[in-house]
Write a protein that binds this ligand. Structure first.
Ligand SMILES: [Fe+2]
Length: 233
């Protein structure tokens, strides 16, 4: 508990430095995993603004031609989307493969997602990234380690629905959750320390097969990450 309080103090101190607003105490889970509040307005040419017309939260509406999820998430993480102590790991040896890349979404092979959903995993081994584990909350770690929300928006430079799916627990969610889990292999999402978990997130109704979507998701422990994927045709 002491270390958790120290961590909380560190985040508050960091928020004070950067001007990032943290929601306390009801969203302590989000605090541990980075703020949901967008960073300050980006400067022209800043990696936070790869699109000519980003949303107010600094996220590009469409996938920029020179999209680089590593540099984008690294800069956004430094601005408050990723806890400072985890940024140190991302900036450390093998930090992209073991930490940042581990949190980027990819489309897994395996069972087809039910209609109206997108199957997602984190940390594509085909790109050399470590696969993201998942862990339930315990007495020693009352927060746990999984993605508690996933927002999907059609990558479109105009009005579009952004659909947020919720995952209140792992490896089985709550009755009210609109996000669900599946297993990449076999039947147990918890196999391989949770690396077998497939997230089934709800697709916005305006997304057609084959279109690009923006994925904006939150790991309880390690913060927010943004990337673009093409929905299977
Ligand atoms: Fe994580």
């Amino acid at each position: 508990m002491q270390s958790r309080l120290a961590h909380r103090r560190e985040l508050l101190r960091y928020a004070g430095i950067t001007g990032v607003t943290l929601l306390l105490p009801s969203t302590v889970a989000c605090v541990r995993g980075g703020s949901s509040t967008p960073p300050a307005d980006p400067e022209p040419g800043d990696p936070l603004a790869p699109s000519a017309d980003p949303e107010p939260d600094g996220l590009p509406l469409v996938r920029p031609a020179d999209w680089d999820p590593i540099s984008f998430n690294r800069e956004r993480g430094r601005a408050g989307a990723i806890p400072p102590e985890y940024m140190a790991k991302i900036d450390g040896p093998d930090g992209v493969a073991q930490h940042l890349g581990k949190h980027l979404p990819f489309l897994p092979e395996g069972p087809l997602a039910p209609s109206g959903t997108l199957a997602l995993m984190w940390g594509d081994p085909a790109l050399g990234y470590a696969r993201h584990p998942n862990a339930a909350a315990t007495a020693d770690d009352p927060i746990g380690h999984w993605y508690d929300w996933i927002r999907i928006r059609r990558a479109f430079d105009g009005p579009a629905e952004e659909r947020e799916s919720h995952f209140s627990a792992w490896p089985r969610g709550g009755e009210e959750d609109d996000g669900h889990y599946a297993a990449q292999r076999g039947t147990d999402p918890a196999d391989d320390d949770g690396r077998n978990t497939v997230y089934l997130a709800v697709l916005p109704s305006d997304v057609q097969p084959g279109e690009w979507v923006r994925i904006h998701a939150h790991c309880l422990t390690h913060g927010e990450y943004v990337d673009f994927l093409r929905v299977p045709a």
